[in-house]
Design a protein around this ligand. Structure first.
Ligand SMILES: [Zn+2]
Length: 307
């Protein structure tokens, strides 16, 4: 999360904020600021600069380390990376401004990375900016358009590839029913309260979908939800069957018809069914709320500054 002071800083300087990142530009130099494991990290792409220039920047910053109050400076490929330790969970605005002013002045005075290099094709005269893997970078309009177009095509292909949905569905039903066995046993011995263990059914269906090599795609959550509903209903019918056997009632269509004619029993059945479904579906909430399996998450991230 972005801490208050960085948000204030971003607002004051008209920087953009996106999730855990703040993005801004000072005199043509681009900055991405991220909160990473107790550090505030300032990232500046300086593409195509020579190793001597990199060393020059590192020497300059290290010479002023005490006054600039940063923790570490390194070059990660061509990305100048300066870390500030988060003391009291928030770095002071003056400290951030101090660093930014100093580094920008130094880069400008030494003519470093004057020519805007496109981070996609590596050529000069970039005319657009984009977020690439969360970094704010210079790009050519035509390069970013081409990349986005290709990613969309790749995403479409990935989405259309076989997800093994059918076999996965069979697996999910199989897993759901197998996992309902402990639930049934618990319900026989501990009665109604054991219905709360129906969570196992949801978990079993999900694991079994993966075990049967079902891949995650846009339909997965609905397949698993359907398998859970089927498993829970089967589970409830098995329980009724067990009650029949215990009471010497033959298991037949007529017996079930009689069962569903008694209002009290039907109400009880519905109640148990609802709680079981609720508990079982809890197990798959994560796949409904996480976009983890959205195909675009498997692809590199390119986003235009202005969409
Ligand atoms: Zn380009």
């Amino acid at each position: 999360m972005l801490y208050k002071r960085l948000e204030q800083f971003a607002e004051k300087n008209d920087w953009n904020i996106n999730k855990n990142f703040a993005y801004g530009e000072i005199e043509g130099y681009l900055f991405t600021v991220a909160d990473i494991q107790g550090f505030k990290v300032f990232l500046t792409p300086l593409l195509g600069i020579a190793d001597e220039q990199k060393q020059c920047i590192i020497d300059f910053l290290n010479k002023n380390k005490n006054s600039l109050k940063f923790h570490q400076v390194i070059f990660d490929n061509d990305i100048l990376t300066v870390k500030f330790r988060e003391i009291f969970r928030s770095e002071k605005i003056e400290v951030m401004e101090g660093y930014l002013n100093n580094i920008v002045q130094f880069l400008k005075q030494n003519g470093i990375a004057k020519n805007k290099i496109c981070s996609i094709c590596g050529e000069e005269e970039a005319d657009e900016r984009a977020y690439i893997d969360f970094l704010y970078m210079d790009v050519h309009q035509k390069c970013i358009d081409k990349e986005i177009c290709e990613i969309e095509k790749a995403a479409e292909q990935l989405d259309n590839e076989s997800k093994n949905y059918f076999v996965g569905f069979i697996g999910a039903i199989f897993g759901g029913i197998i996992s309902s066995i402990p639930c049934i046993i618990l319900q026989i011995f501990f009665n109604k309260i054991a219905v709360l263990f129906a969570y196992i059914i949801g978990f079993g269906a999900l694991k079994s979908y993966e075990l049967f090599k079902g891949k995650f795609g846009s339909l997965t959550k609905w397949i698993i939800a359907t398998a859970i509903v089927v498993s829970v209903i089967v589970d409830q019918f098995i329980l009724i069957g067990i009650v029949f056997v215990k009471n010497g009632i033959p298991i037949s269509v007529e017996s079930f018809q009689h069962f569903f004619e008694v209002e009290e029993l039907v109400n009880e059945f519905n109640k148990t069914l609802k709680i079981s479904l609720f508990m079982a579906l809890i197990a798959i909430i994560p796949i409904f709320i996480q976009l983890k399996w959205d195909v675009k998450n498997f692809l590199p991230k390119f986003q235009k500054e202005k969409c």
